[in-house]
Write a protein that binds this ligand. Structure first.
Ligand SMILES: [Zn+2]
Length: 357
């Protein structure tokens, strides 16, 4: 295979340099006869969609062909590493394709009967949670996913799904197995139990209040807000309003406070990553929309880009553009920390050393 050559400003080092790609990997040692694929521009590790669902659509589940289409949409938007936050179908076919983003899977959602989207998760009662954690830990790639709050229709409000002692046992068991735990939460009430139990990442996290921030920051618990999905809360509220007015009012309030709360979390030092929640209610390929939403929420653009790229890669255990690292990179005409428009016109996308664009 012919070596490739690129020159530009590498991030995060912000260093103008030459690099070569041989056998899918980056090298800073000159190689003769290489094809130059970029002569200037800004070069950074591919973006990370830290919360999406390969295999879920608005209409149901996606077969292998549709899963490929979903992954292609993400890839072509610049997301070259995906954390799948729970899928009801086998999506490992995506992992066998060299031309599709790297995929870190969390197995199936673990939920409680009548307390989550029907059939999406494996449904168990609290006494069976630890056993199910063990089962899903063996199916995923170092992560499992819990549905930790949902509407309780008998109460007409969001309430925590699992008792605190059960959460502590389940998350403790996952950690013994070397697996990290992500939890879906919208409400305020579900968070203290999760935080005390040692949760690793809070998904959505619209209930994060001021009094919890110091502890979340101290433990460096990740938050993946999925702001573009939180923007569907008013629709959820409208659909539920007549039957469950308290729940609807709560969902509207969580939507209204979502930007302030995520900004407060950022300012408190909480690591915030970029996830679209593509699959259930949103299409794939929206990483740039989520980046834009986080910037519009008031998080400095340079921080959003860092979290969406090299910091999220590091968090998930992947390298960035170091000597010998896999060549998973994007090239833009302008510095994406200055220009969001440039994200919509990538000059190059390279994945595992292959030219995608
Ligand atoms: Zn999700």
């Amino acid at each position: 295979m012919t070596a490739l050559h690129l020159r530009g400003v590498f991030l995060p080092e912000e260093e103008q340099r030459d690099a070569w790609i041989i056998d899918g990997r980056l090298s800073f040692e000159p190689v003769s006869d290489a094809d130059t694929i970029a002569g200037d521009g800004w070069i950074l590790p591919g973006f990370v969609d830290a919360h999406c669902h390969i295999g879920v659509t608005t209409e149901g589940w996606a077969d292998a062909d549709l899963q490929v289409e979903q992954a292609v949409l993400d890839r072509d938007a610049g997301a070259l590493l995906l954390r799948d936050a729970g899928a009801p179908v086998d999506n490992t076919g995506v992992q066998r394709r060299e031309d599709l983003p790297r995929l870190v899977r969390a197995g199936r959602h673990i939920a409680r009967p009548r307390r989550y989207i029907r059939d999406l998760g494996v449904e168990v009662e609290p006494q069976d949670l630890v056993a199910e954690v063990e089962h899903q830990a063996a199916r995923g790639d170092g992560w499992i996913k819990l549905a930790a709050d949902w509407i309780d229709r008998s109460v007409g409000e969001l309430t925590p799904v699992w008792p605190d002692d059960v959460l502590a046992a389940a998350i403790g068991r996952a950690h013994e197995l070397g697996v990290r735990v992500a939890a879906h939460t919208f409400s305020e009430a579900a968070l203290p139990g999760l935080i005390n139990a040692g949760i690793d990442s809070i998904e959505h996290g619209t209930g994060i209040t001021e009094d919890l921030l110091d502890e979340i920051a101290r433990r460096q618990i990740a938050v993946v807000p999925t702001l573009i999905n939180i923007d569907t809360f008013p629709e959820i509220a409208a659909a539920a309003g007549e039957k469950f007015p308290a729940y609807a009012a709560h969902m509207r309030a969580l939507h209204r406070s979502s930007r302030q709360r995520i900004r407060d979390a950022f300012e408190a030092g909480v690591p915030i990553y970029t996830g679209t929640d593509a699959g259930g209610s949103l299409p794939h390929g929206l990483i740039r929309d989520e980046i834009t939403a986080l910037v519009q929420a008031g998080i400095p653009q340079a921080e959003v880009i860092a979290q969406a790229s090299w910091r999220a890669r590091n968090w998930l255990g992947f390298t960035s553009l170091t000597d010998g690292a896999p060549a998973d990179l994007v090239v833009y005409d302008e510095d994406p920390r200055q220009s969001l428009a440039t994200l919509h016109q990538p000059r190059r996308i390279v994945l595992r050393g292959r030219i995608i664009l």
